[in-house]
Design a protein around this ligand. Structure first.
Ligand SMILES: *Cc1c(COP(=O)(O)O)cnc(C)c1O
Length: 457
């Protein structure tokens, strides 16, 4: 049907929805490096990991040979409440840009939590419930992950303890209240509840916290509480596996109309949405069946792929988590306080890091004022109010479409629109008032954090 007019939104019928998640690592010849025990520097065993994570999730984390993991029926039923997420042909944007490019975006903001994070939250909560656990602990920065997890836990009747980075806890009371509406307990981090929190507060009184620190607190609480495990919203292999539903749906929808994207673009924080979006396409590339250009977009103020080093690093500030080999800025790195655009994590998924290292994916960084310009442009043309994180991908998609106008190339661009920006209006306000500044760390600043990397082997 390649000549059929492509609708504004391509949906999938229930019987066209993915029945299995796709594990991209199965098709990688050179696999991502394993997680290491922070004490012994030996690969983490399933047994060691199962003290922190649910058993089934540990299996998914360590499995780099099984290509497909069946999505349990209960999770598929939950997905049906808000999936398939729309795949939109951005006709209005194309017209406004006057570009010969054809632009598509996969919109993940169509659920109450407002982002793609619910795709993995429900999976992780499901396996915790199945294991007979009482509850889970986690960290949240801006609050999207905590919100998604609270929704999933409420649905399954699990307890949910969220450590929320203190500055967000204070600046984003609405997100906090959404989480509490879904029954989660929300603690500002660093807190006096944990050893690591007390230590960080003693060393840095008045600190407003960081993701790395909140992770340490959540892990400590999970390990110390009977019937609890820790769950993480990005970075890990298991999260990328669950997020493959984004790419699988997008590919199924495009295939229905015989459309093959040339360029696939996504924003990259910890890498889960991008990894999920590109998974089936990258799989084809790895198997030599098709070629695509992949672009990861990160903030200039937190440039782990474009300016980080590829090395083993701590995933958290308290150095209690396993070590991961990834592009990293150093676990002590905290982006400047005036960075409003999300994507603040110091490292990047091991899988995406390895793909980037092998030259299979490109990366670029953008400044936050350029990101908000693109966000506003997009909102006015396509109607959706995008999350600042998602707007990194919008920025680069628009730039690529403008290049097509110059060259006359009719490229097909697909990008991930990961969420809505309703809770980010303080950042939009700053942008509108002309008070948003761009911050780009100097080489000397980055060097200083690089020195905190653990020495391995
Ligand atoms: C969390 C989040 C991201 C970044 O996380 P990844 O793990 O890199 O996908 C992007 N967009 C939105 C809306 C988010 O909430």
């Amino acid at each position: 049907m390649p000549n059929e007019k492509i609708p504004y939104k391509i949906y999938l019928n229930e019987d066209e929805m993915p029945r299995a998640w796709y594990n991209l690592r199965a098709d990688m010849k050179r696999k991502p490096a394993p997680l290491l025990n922070p004490g012994t520097h030996q690969p983490m065993t399933a047994e060691e990991l199962s003290g922190v994570f649910c058993e089934e999730l540990v299996k998914q984390e360590l499995d780099d040979t099984t290509a497909n993991f069946e999505i349990p029926e209960e999770i598929r039923n939950f997905y049906k409440m808000y999936r398939p997420s729309p795949l939109v042909r951005a006709y209005c944007l194309e017209e406004r840009l006057d570009t010969p490019a054809k632009i598509y975006y996969k919109f993940e903001g169509n659920n109450t939590s407002g982002s793609h994070k619910l795709n993995s939250a429900i999976a992780q909560a499901y396996y915790a419930k199945k294991q007979g656990l009482k509850g889970v602990t986690t960290e949240t920065g801006a609050g999207q992950w905590g919100t998604a997890l609270s929704m999933a836990c409420a649905y399954l009747g699990l307890d949910c303890k969220v450590y929320m980075v203190k500055c967000s806890y204070e600046q984003k009371p609405f997100r906090r209240e959404v989480m509490r509406t879904y029954g989660a307990s929300v603690t500002p981090s660093p807190s006096m509840d944990t050893q690591v929190g007390r230590k960080i507060l003693a060393e840095h009184p008045g600190t407003t916290g960081s993701l790395g620190c909140a992770i340490s607190e959540a892990v400590e609480t999970a390990v110390g509480s009977e019937g609890y495990r820790y769950v993480l919203g990005s970075v890990l292999n298991q999260v990328m596996l669950h997020q493959s539903v984004i790419g699988l749906e997008a590919k199924a929808a495009l295939d229905k109309y015989g459309v093959k994207p040339d360029t696939i673009i996504g924003c990259a924080g910890g890498g889960s949405n991008l990894g999920g979006l590109i998974a089936p396409f990258m799989g084809q590339k790895l198997r030599g069946e098709a070629d695509y250009r992949f672009i990861a977009v990160e903030p200039a103020s937190c440039p782990s792929l474009t300016r980080g080093v590829y090395a083993y690093d701590f995933c958290d500030t308290g150095m209690v988590c396993p070590l991961a080999k990834m592009y990293t800025l150093g676990s002590g790195f905290i982006p400047s306080a005036n960075h409003a655009g999300g994507l603040r994590y110091h490292g990047m998924s091991s899988t995406l890091s390895e793909l980037y290292h092998q030259g299979l994916m490109e990366a670029t960084s953008v400044k936050q004022t350029e990101v908000f310009e693109a966000a506003e442009y997009f909102a006015r043309v396509e109607g959706i109010l995008p999350a600042p994180e998602s707007s990194h991908a919008i920025r680069v998609a628009i730039d690529e479409a403008r290049k097509c106008k110059e060259t006359g190339e009719e490229k097909t661009i697909l990008f991930g629109l990961t969420g809505t920006g309703y809770f980010d209006m303080t950042a939009y306000e700053k942008f509108h008032d002309g008070q948003m500044e761009d911050y780009i760390p100097t080489d000397a600043e980055l060097e200083q954090y690089r020195n905190t990397l653990p020495k391995i082997g």
